[in-house]
Design a protein around this ligand. Structure first.
Ligand SMILES: [Zn+2]
Length: 69
């Protein structure tokens, strides 16, 4: 294991994009607090792998850096 290896967990690409999404209504809103239904999605542009982050808990941090490890 090498901690200095950055990139997508699936393919190792460092080409990622960030999107902001809001989830409301049924489904996920039942699992999360309704006031916390703002999410950031980081997607690997190479393979499409995506991770969801709670916007509130990730405020102030660079979420793409988090995705890339
Ligand atoms: Zn990837």
């Amino acid at each position: 294991m090498e901690d200095n290896n950055r990139g997508c967990v699936k393919c190792g690409s460092t080409d990622a994009e960030q999107k902001e999404v809001a989830m409301s209504g049924t489904g996920l809103s039942k699992m999360f607090d309704v006031q916390n239904n703002q999410f950031l999605v980081v997607s690997c542009k190479n393979c499409g792998y995506s991770e969801f982050y709670n916007k509130k808990s990730s405020a102030g941090s660079n979420i793409i850096d988090f995705f890339l490890g």
